[in-house]
Design a protein around this ligand. Structure first.
Ligand code: LLP
Length: 408
């Protein structure tokens, strides 16, 4: 469940898209983001199949990579962008017009102009943005982002629909935004947008949120945002795409009225389990403490390629890529100069040694996206695997890249 559908474990060795993981590490180096291309397509098809005539919008922030966006473009998905940079990336991948949904709580006049020129659908977040659009006077398709005031069960850092959120118009403010955009000659108001948070296992908060936005009037279109959870460990199983979509559709039919144009904006659920990260073990250190022994397995990446454990206490699994299973209790540490740089706590590995390739599954979402150069690490490449072939779709940074912006 945690590894790509298009992967197998054969004699304890992991293969992804027909490619042996340890051999990929030897060929391309580590750290390495490995993506099963067919998984991207099958996840996209699971969503489009379940949504029928509804719209599936990929939240590009989850994996902002031209090759990934191209796959989703081919699969007929729309794209959510949340900055001028993500807009440029989407355009490079072939997206045009209203298949681009433009988000953000601090859009600049220049970004709004670029979005209008691209013909994107703009999700209006606040009155200052409305003033900027008024000044621009460009014809635009818009939706209004409403904060429904519900609290979902997830990490506070990725909760967005609660009262007091920085995103969207509060329920009391929304009628004024609706009034202004209904009468603005340059605006084509399609309907309302909400996004209540990310990594949500429980479908009930969406119902409460839809109940809340249903009080604001009757619109032709609703975008219910993203947020479907994925499994990072075997501890908790998220709803299936079909269950999630069926619930969204039934809730919308019941509370908003039948026949509405519905959009959803999954990010993580489209990409997380399609990708794994490979590392090389560089050192193994036993530290004796009064209450037991800790075995640190230190790898050649860490918080520069996966910030999620440090930012959200996110838990992951790990294995030695050519010796799955094992009984040695380990803590997988990154190589960065701070103690928060622990990738996986308490995981059983098969007697790890320097030189082993370690794999962490379900890293396809928000890993590459939030990668950084802390300690001047070069950001890792992205490799697509399919039918036994591996191809580089993003190259590894070079040491020259690290100084490329220097000006003397
Ligand atoms: N739509 C909007 C307007 C969003 O802000 C987001 C995510 C999504 C859709 C997609 O949410 P997803 O389906 O991926 O949960 N860096 C964090 C996640 C931040 C999500 C921000 N917005 C993480 O690594 O967990």
């Amino acid at each position: 469940m945690l590894y790509p559908e298009d992967s197998e474990i054969d004699g304890g060795r992991l293969r992804i898209g027909g490619c042996d993981a340890a051999e990929l590490a030897a060929e391309f180096g580590t750290p390495l983001y490995v993506v099963a291309e067919d998984d991207l397509r099958s996840r996209a098809r699971a969503f489009t199949g379940a949504m029928g005539d509804g719209e599936v919008v990929f939240a590009s922030k989850a994996f902002p990579c031209t090759a990934v966006l191209k796959v989703f473009h081919e699969e007929g998905l729309s794209v959510d962008v949340a900055s001028g940079g993500e807009l440029a990336l989407a355009q490079k991948a072939g997206y045009t017009g209203e298949r681009i949904v433009f988000h953000g709580n601090a859009k600049s006049a220049a970004e709004l102009k670029a979005a209008a020129e691209a013909g994107a659908r703009i999700v209006v977040d606040n009155f200052d943005e409305l003033d900027k659009l008024e000044a621009l006077q460009a014809p635009v398709e818009v939706m209004i982002r409403v904060t429904p005031g519900v609290v979902a069960d997830t990490h506070a850092a990725i909760l967005t629909g609660h009262a007091g959120s920085k995103f969207g118009f509060s329920l009391p403010q929304a009628p004024e935004a609706i009034e202004r955009l209904t009468h603005a000659p340059w605006a084509d108001l399609k309907g309302l947008h909400m996004h209540i948070g990310s990594q949500l296992f429980d479908l009930e908060p969406w119902r409460l949120a839809v109940e809340a936005i249903a009080t604001l009037g009757d619109f032709g279109a609703y975008d219910l945002g993203g947020g479907l959870a994925v499994a990072y460990t075997t501890e908790r199983t998220p709803p299936t795409v079909q269950q999630y979509v069926d619930t969204m559709r039934a809730t919308a039919d019941e509370l908003l009225g039948p026949g509405k144009a519905l959009s959803i904006e999954p990010g993580r659920a489209l990409v997380a389990s399609a990708g794994v990260t490979l590392y090389t073990v560089e050192s193994v250190k036993d530290v004796d403490l009064p209450d037991g022994r800790v075995r640190f397995v230190a790898v050649d990446g860490g918080m520069s390629d996966n910030l999620r454990p440090m930012l959200y206490g996110a838990r992951y699994e790990a294995e030695i890529a050519d010796r799955f299973g094992g009984e040695s209790l380990c803590m997988v540490a990154g190589m960065h100069c701070e103690s928060s740089d622990i990738l996986v706590r308490d995981v059983m590995l098969d007697d790890p040694k320097p030189g082993d390739v370690l794999v962490i599954p379900a890293t396809g979402a928000y890993g590459h996206a939030m990668a950084n150069n802390y300690n001047s690490l070069r950001r890792p490449p992205v490799i697509f695997c399919k039918d036994g072939d591996a191809r580089v779709v993003v190259r590894r940074e070079t040491f020259d890249d690290l100084t490329a912006r220097d000006v003397f």
